[in-house]
Design a protein around this ligand. Structure first.
Ligand SMILES: Cc1ncc(COP(=O)(O)O)c(C=O)c1O
Length: 418
């Protein structure tokens, strides 16, 4: 018999995750709580991988999108490797069971301690962001008597056409180095035995929804790779980064993994190199919701209506930080005409608005709402602002809801203070 539909669907008027009713999860885990669909994650992982089946490739899940240990473990079981953006993410990947050689390490400001750890671990590659950083790695590797695998991060000066806060491929941003600088650096590095340049890396931004910028960036980096290889540089891989966008709005057009693959594979095939991919948002974004309870309803003198919920900008900062739009639904909609209102959190900031001017079914205090597509850059960007504990997280795995991160307590928060 077929199991329940993967992901978040209504069943008899109640929103479910992989067949488990969200009100049941709220009753046992409390709110606010992030809920993840293990079945949808598996589906999306396979859907992302499929169009790349014909080329040698490795999928390095970008941990920054969601660093909950259970999610990482699940992705490792599905066959993923890892992309870490800090020493903390490297340690988490190791804790989740990833081998060092399955981890690439990116990051624009790696500290000496992080580099020492990376040198000691023998990672798949350290993605190098500047000539200075490469010199520091070479010095640490020489001192340790080791050879380090590095990839040079190229900034191709391509506009990703995304929100400026998450665009990383223009020469006005801090990321990577120009094609000319990368070329000079790789040539220079060939003379340093402590460092082996095994690849080139490019990541021009996140939530990209058109193929052209991705194709352009990968083309430019492929041309550089081919020219370096023709000079005898023994490159092994080309890392195309992450960035594939998702449809936050129902009418938003995005790229399918097939269209994404079609944009980059011609260049990759030309190069003959192994392709590394670093997707984050596309894999996990739609697999998570933020489940929250209505704590108050009010109308102001100007006529504005507010639905006040127990999740705030500290739990999900994307709307406040990027003006991001997330669909909001009732977990168990009441019958009746929709009411237009702002869905706001309890944090002492007017920016603490999860959704403005939303048409929602009639609501009462105690009702549950879900903020959709919150699996990526949601829990992982949460903070303790207003001294609010981090929300609990639940993974519905093979049909069973499991608490994978318990809610912080006041005592948890106090333990760091002297
Ligand atoms: C270097 C790098 N790789 C991969 C990613 C993942 O991007 P996304 O979640 O958009 O796939 C990011 C995020 O911006 C990144 O900075």
């Amino acid at each position: 018999m077929a199991g329940p539909v993967a992901g978040f669907v209504y069943d008899n008027g109640i929103l479910t995750c992989d067949g488990v009713a969200l009100p049941d999860i709220a009753a046992s885990a409390g709110t606010p709580v992030y809920v993840y669909s293990g079945a949808l994650l598996a589906e999306r992982y396979q859907a992302f991988e499929a169009p790349f089946a014909g080329v040698p490739h490795t999928l390095h899940y970008a941990i920054k999108a969601n660093a909950t240990l259970a999610i990482l473990r699940r992705l490792r079981e599905l066959g993923a490797s890892a992309d870490a953006n800090s020493g903390g993410e490297i340690e988490l990947a190791l804790a989740a069971g990833f081998e060092p050689r399955a981890i690439v390490f990116t990051g624009v400001g790696k500290t000496r301690a992080e580099l020492e750890r990376a040198v000691a671990l023998d990672l798949a590659a350290v993605n190098v962001e500047s000539p200075g950083e490469l010199s520091r790695i070479a010095a640490l590797a020489t001192a340790a008597g080791r050879t380090v695998r590095v990839a040079v991060r190229v900034n191709p000066d391509v506009d990703a056409g995304t929100h400026p806060h998450i665009a990383t491929g223009s020469s006005a941003t801090k990321f990577g180095m120009s094609i000319a600088d990368a070329r000079a650096l790789v040539r220079e590095m060939s003379a340093r035995p402590a460092v082996r340049v095994v690849g080139l890396h490019v990541h021009i931004g996140s939530q990209i929804t058109t193929p052209e910028p991705i194709a352009r960036a990968v083309d430019l980096v492929t041309d550089l790779a081919r020219s370096l290889m023709s000079e005898g540089v023994p490159l092994e891989h080309l890392d195309a980064g992450g960035g594939l966008g998702i449809a936050y709005r129902p009418d938003q057009t995005t790229l399918s993994p097939e269209a994404y693959a079609a944009a980059i594979l011609p260049a990759i095939r030309r190069s003959g190199l192994r392709l590394l991919l670093e997707p984050g948002r596309w894999l996990i974004g739609p697999c998570g919701v933020l489940l929250t309870e209505v704590v108050d309803l009010k109308s102001q003198a100007g006529g504005e209506r507010f639905v006040i919920v127990d999740a705030g900008m500290n739990d999900l900062i994307r709307p406040a930080l990027y003006g991001a739009w997330h669909r909001i639904d009732a977990a168990h909609p009441r019958p009746g005409s929709p009411v237009r209102a702002d869905v706001v959190g309890p944090v002492c900031e007017t920016a603490d608005t999860l959704g403005a001017q939303r048409d929602l079914p009639p609501l009462e205090v105690g009702d549950l709402l879900v903020v959709r597509d919150a699996g990526a850059y949601g829990a992982v960007m949460a903070s303790n602002y207003n001294r609010r504990p981090l929300a609990a997280e639940v993974l519905v795995d093979r049909g069973h809801a499991r608490l994978v991160r318990r809610r912080q307590t006041a005592a948890d928060l106090r333990q760091w203070d002297e």
